[in-house]
Design a protein around this ligand. Structure first.
Ligand code: TYM
Length: 348
């Protein structure tokens, strides 16, 4: 049964609960953490909810981008979302920069967020400490505030994301409440929608860090557009431990537990079933089976993605329609916000 999120009690009435989420187009290929932590839920949630999903190109330029590559990666991202099962008949799929209201509401939200509050965002702290403050853009600092605008524009009840985005959704809730109290009830106060089992997929080489495109080595990162052979190698050389028994123990057997969670997510078998299934077998058996399971899923995914990439006119049509549907909702919210703040309405 496809999930339906709980509607929030605040915000305007809607026919169906609304969900919204976004993904960055920065590296072309999504990775397995993106898929299991977020995109898979997006596909399920489009059935029963009014779903808005976007490729967040405005967020991507918080770090330097090559223009041609950004354009190409944005298309590849949209094609992968379609390849993963998003259906433009069932959800609104669009590119963030096609809807100018994101930047407009982003400014308003910048003016409502405390500097210290923004400075507490751990993702910013992690990234900026790696780069140094002179190479860190102000855009990276205000990144979460643009994300707040993304969510509030659509009056989303729930935001399907991985664990690393929880803090940003919590800040969104604070800001929605602040605006509602300061002016008048305007925004739906959204909840994060995070599935425990796949909230954080770990790096195959460093199973204490999340799988991430910014990891120091690509060996622990499973990219969805890599040849399945390449990913099979990565699964087979995943870091485990010196024990030999396949069992679930997040603290002492982080590597094996990560592999079991990925297996469980792809196969639909529970962790208990898997532990029983691998009884008396070595880690190699788990890795081989996982590599096969992944290849079975990823091969048709890649074929579908390729077919969307081969038809740029269709991709443009989908995005044109998506932007139009998104703007209908976004412009209404922005008009209400501008009015509540006290901006003079332009005479037409
Ligand atoms: P991004 O592009 O970094 O990641 C997209 C989604 O993938 C999830 N994710 C993971 N989940 C589990 N395990 C992992 N190792 C893993 N790595 C990534 C992320 O949690 C995310 O859900 N700030 C967002 C994009 C964004 C957004 C929004 C999201 C912009 N506006 C509005 C929701 C609502 C980001 O950088 O995601």
């Amino acid at each position: 049964m496809a999930p339906m999120v709980n509607a929030a009690v605040t915000g305007p009435a809607k026919d169906r609960p609304r969900v919204l989420s976004g993904i960055q187009p920065t590296s072309g290929s999504f990775h397995l953490g993106n898929y299991l932590g977020a995109v898979r839920q997006w596909v399920d949630l489009q059935e029963q909810n009014d779903a808005f999903y976007m490729v967040v190109d405005l967020h991507a330029i918080t770090v330097e981008q090559d223009p041609a590559t950004l354009r190409e990666n944005t298309r590849i991202s949209v094609a992968q979302l379609l390849g993963a099962g998003l259906d433009p008949e069932r959800c609104t799929l669009f590119v963030q920069s096609h809807v100018p209201e994101h930047a407009q509401l982003g400014w308003v939200m910048n003016c409502m967020t405390g500097f210290g509050e923004a400075a507490r965002m751990t993702q910013f702290k992690d990234k900026s400490s790696k780069q140094g403050s002179d190479r860190t853009s102000v855009g990276l600092f205000t990144y979460p505030i643009l994300q707040i605008a993304d969510i509030l524009l659509y009056q989303a009840d729930a935001v399907p994301v991985g664990e690393d985005q929880r803090q940003h959704v919590e800040l969104t809730r604070d800001l929605a409440e602040r605006f509602n109290t300061r002016y008048a009830p305007t925004f739906t106060v959204p909840k994060p929608y995070i599935l425990k089992e796949t909230a954080k997929i770990f790096d195959l080489q460093d199973p204490t860090s999340k799988m991430s495109k910014s990891a120091s080595s690509p060996k622990g990162l499973v990219s969805l557009l890599d040849e399945p052979k390449v990913s099979a190698k990565k699964f087979k050389s995943a870091v485990t431990d010196t024990d030999t028994v396949v069992s679930y123990d997040e603290e002492n057997k982080a590597g094996v537990s990560n592999l079991l969670r990925i297996h469980s997510a792809l196969s639909g078998q529970s962790i208990e079933q898997l532990v029983a299934h691998f009884e008396g077998k070595m880690y190699g058996a788990l890795k081989t089976e996982l590599a096969e399971l992944f290849a079975e899923w990823v091969t048709p995914f890649q074929e579908r993605t390729k077919s969307y990439l081969d038809d740029p006119a269709e991709l443009d049509r989908v995005l044109g329609l998506g932007a139009e549907k998104a703007r209908e909702v976004a412009s209404e919210t922005l008009a209400t916000v501008y009015d509540r703040i006290g901006f003079l309405a332009p005479k037409r």
